[in-house]
Design a binder for this molecule. Structure first.
Ligand SMILES: *[C@@H]1O[C@H](CO)[C@@H](O)[C@H](O)[C@H]1NC(C)=O
Length: 175
C-alpha cells in the first residue's frame, strides 16, 4: 500500500531536508564577525500611472524622505526608527549599526519633495529588508530594498495606453 508508506516516510524526509538546509545556512553565515552594521539602500520614484511597477513615465524623486522601522515579531513595539533623504538620483542610504534578528524591518515612505507626486497607499508605501546577518545572506552589509513609489493624485492622460503596453492582465498586483 503506497499511502501508509508515504505517510510514515514523508516526515522523516522533511526532517532530513530541514537538517540539510540548516547546516548549509550555518556554514555560509559570516563567522560571527561584526554583528550588525548594515547599509540599507534603495530608490524612491514617482509612479504617475499608479501602476505599482515602473513604467517609461516613472521618475526618480530626489529629496524625498523615508524611514527604516523595525518591530519585534510579537510585541509590535518599535525598536528602531532611522530617517534618510534621497539624493539627486532618488537613492537613499541608511546606516544601521545593530543586528535586528527576530524583527520585521521596513523602509517606509515619509515625504515626497514633489507636490504633484506625493500620494501614498497603504501597504504599497513600504519595502521589507532583512537586517540580520544570521540568515545566511551573503551580502556584505548592504541591503537593497525594492524601489518604492509615490503616486500622482490624477494619473496622466496617456496612462491608459502606457499601461496597455505593459499588458496589465499578466502583471502582478504589487511590485
Ligand atoms: C511611454 O510609452 C508610451 C506607449 O508606448 C508612449 O506613447 C510614450 O510616448 C512613452 N513615453 C515616454 C516618456 O517615453
Amino acid at each position: 500500500m503506497a499511502r501508509p508508506r508515504f505517510a510514515t516516510t514523508a516526515p522523516l524526509l522533511a526532517l532530513a531536508v530541514l537538517a540539510a538546509v540548516a547546516s548549509v545556512a550555518v556554514a555560509t553565515a559570516p563567522a560571527g564577525k561584526d554583528p550588525g552594521g548594515f547599509v540599507v539602500t534603495g530608490r524612491v520614484y514617482c509612479d504617475p500611472c499608479r501602476a505599482g511597477f515602473e513604467t517609461n513615465v516613472s521618475k526618480s524623486i530626489p529629496g524625498a524622505t523615508v524611514s527604516v522601522e523595525c518591530r519585534h515579531y510579537g510585541a509590535g513595539r518599535e525598536s528602531l526608527k532611522a530617517e534618510a533623504t534621497t539624493d539627486e538620483k532618488g537613492w537613499y542610504k541608511v546606516e544601521i549599526d545593530q543586528d535586528h534578528q527576530e524583527e520585521i524591518c521596513e523602509v517606509v515612505l515619509d515625504k515626497s519633495s514633489d507636490p504633484a507626486c506625493s500620494e501614498t497607499e497603504k501597504t504599497r508605501d513600504r519595502s521589507r529588508v532583512p537586517l540580520t546577518s544570521n540568515n545566511g545572506l551573503k551580502q556584505n552589509g548592504i541591503r537593497y530594498a525594492n524601489p518604492i513609489a509615490f503616486f500622482r493624485k490624477e494619473p496622466l492622460a496617456d496612462c491608459g495606453s502606457i499601461l496597455q503596453k505593459y499588458d496589465l492582465k499578466d502583471a502582478p498586483e504589487t511590485p
